[in-house]
Structures are given as structure tokens and as C-alpha cells.
Design a protein around this ligand. Sequence first.
Ligand SMILES: C[S@@+](CC[C@H](N)C(=O)[O-])C[C@H]1O[C@@H](n2cnc3c(N)ncnc32)[C@H](O)[C@@H]1O
Length: 346
Amino acid sequence: MAAHNKRELKRLKKAEKKAAKELRKKERAAAQAAAEQARIEEKKAKAISAKSTPLPPSYFNTYSSSSKNRLDATTGRDDGGYAVASNKRMRINEMATPFCETEHVQKVYDSIAKQWHGTRYKPWPKVAAFIERQPKGSLFGDIGCGNGKNWFACVDQGYGVGSDFSMALLNICNGMGQEVHSADALHLPYRDNIFDAVLSIAVLHHISSESRRMRLMSEAVRVLRPGGQALFYAWALEQELASRSGHVFQEQDVLVPWHVKVGEQGAKTEERVKEAREVVERAVASHGEVDEVKGAAVFQRYCHVYEKGELELLFERMVREHPTVEARIIDSYHDSGNWAMCVEKM
Ligand SMILES: C[S@@+](CC[C@H](N)C(=O)[O-])C[C@H]1O[C@@H](n2cnc3c(N)ncnc32)[C@H](O)[C@@H]1O
């Protein structure tokens, strides 16, 4: 009897030990799952909060565009039209494309051109209406033409010539038989007074200082014939809920992420992450990153979003500072998340 009890006690102890081991195993697995979930949640939160981020302060050391930190306000200018940084150690040629525009605009468009092209195919209604309002046979200059989505409407009305600084987008335009030129919008390779109408749609919000924005405006007017009209669109700080972009901006100078989605629908996340890595490796933009939650490659576009009245103030200042430019604003309005301004050369 005693021997039986001893055996039973031993069996019970063994069972107890096994149960405790199982419990510890389960607790470890639960802790691991919770940690993994927390990691995913943290990544998701980061992805959401990364919808648009303020421009890193270091960018302001070289070029600044916010009204608070404007380069012109804090520095002097030397005789050669160069700005001098506040520490007086650096001369900056403001008309040379700065890092934030080459890395965070030009290289981004070169990296995302294919996806960009897939989502843009016709002019916005009010841009189309502007094109249609111009006399038949008009010659249009589309400055910062992107994938050439406005070109066919221009050709229906007369003829169109596009220009952009993204070679990848220009190649797409070229492949569709469009006449396009590789050019910086601040240094257009055209003679004065050549175009009957000029389009600058969603380009100004990629220009990172006031003097550069004014230079873009003055170039657009220079190539316009007297009596001709130019239409400017730029992203607005004030966004209505149903705007095209769906963005909410906390600051005027921001980096806005562009996700290059990869993989077929239903593809496993690991496959998409691997493909996103390949996209980032192939990208021209060196800052590209992989979003492991979304399985996408992410590039950051520099944008300066405009306050109500800012485009007009800048245009009027440009006209005042360039006595040879004679032009007036004939219309300005808010159109689906953008400020628009139509000007006429006199
Ligand atoms: C938001 S996209 C708009 C494209 C086109 N205008 C449209 O309505 O779809 C901005 C375009 O401006 C071009 N861009 C930005 N800065 C430029 C510059 N300094 N010179 C030439 N093109 C520029 C970009 O390469 C890109 O194609």
C-alpha cells in the first residue's frame, strides 16, 4: 500500500512539473506574441505619423523657405547675386538647384515615374477649361510637365511643348510621342515671348525658397507673349477633407512620403518587402526606405504648401523687383487642395 502511495505521489509530482513547464512555455509564447504585436503597432503608428513630416532643420542651414526662417531675411547678399549664410562662412548660389530639390524632388520623380504615370492621365477640370479657353492654334508651354497629362488637351487646341527636370518622366512623355525638353523651370531654354499660354501645374510647391519661386514665375512670364496667359497651381496649406491629396499639413515646409506599392494583391508580406528592397536599391533617390508593414518602398517629396494669398503676394513682389516684367494677376482661386493663379503678360 505504502509503495503504491509513493508511486502515486511521484506520478503526481511529475505531472505537476510537466504542467508548470507547459505553463511557462505558454507564457513565453504569449510574451513573444505581445512583443511582436507591439512592434507591428509601433511601425503602423510610425507609418501613419509619417504622412507628412516637417523638413529637417538642417535643411534650413543651406536653404530656407519658411516665412519664419527665410534665408533672405536672416542673411545678406553679395554683389554677384549670391546669398550669404548667417554664419557668413558660406556663399550660396540660390539659383543652383539645392540638395532638397535634387534629392527630394528630382530624384524622387525619377524613382517613382512609372507609378506616377499609372495614376495621372488627364488634366484637372479647371486646367482643361483654361486650355480650352485659349484661342485655337495656341502654342502652349507646359513647364514641369510631369508625365505629360496636359499635353493632349494642348494639342487639341493648338500645339504643346513640355519641359521637366525628371528624365524618367520625360522618357514616358517621349514614348507617347510628345515634344518635351529636359530643362530646369528656373532656367528655361526658350526665347522671350514664344508661348501663347504657359502652364505651371503643381511645380511651385517643389521650389524651396522665395527667390527661387519668384524666379520660376518670372521665367514663365518671360517666355509668354504679351497678351498671353499663364496658369500656376500649387498645393495649399488649407486642405478640405475631400481634397485630391487627402493630406493635412501642420507646417508649410514638409516631406511628404510617396509609397511605391509592389507585388501582386495577395502576395505574402515577405515577398513584397523583398521586392520593395529591390525598388529602393534601384532607386536614384538615396533616401528611399522600405515600409515593412505595408511592403512598399517609400520616398520623401519636399513640398512647400502655400497659405491663402501667398502666391499673389509673391507674384506682385516679383513684378515689383523685376521692372522688365509686366504682368498682372487676372484670377486666383482654390481648387481641390491647390491655390491657383492666372496671370496675363502686358
Ligand atoms: C506634382 S508634379 C506635376 C506634373 C504636371 N505638371 C501635372 O500637372 O501632372 C511636379 C513636376 O514638376 C517637376 N519639377 C519640379 N521642380 C522642377 C524644376 N525646378 N524644373 C523642372 N521641373 C521641375 C517634377 O519633376 C514633376 O514632374
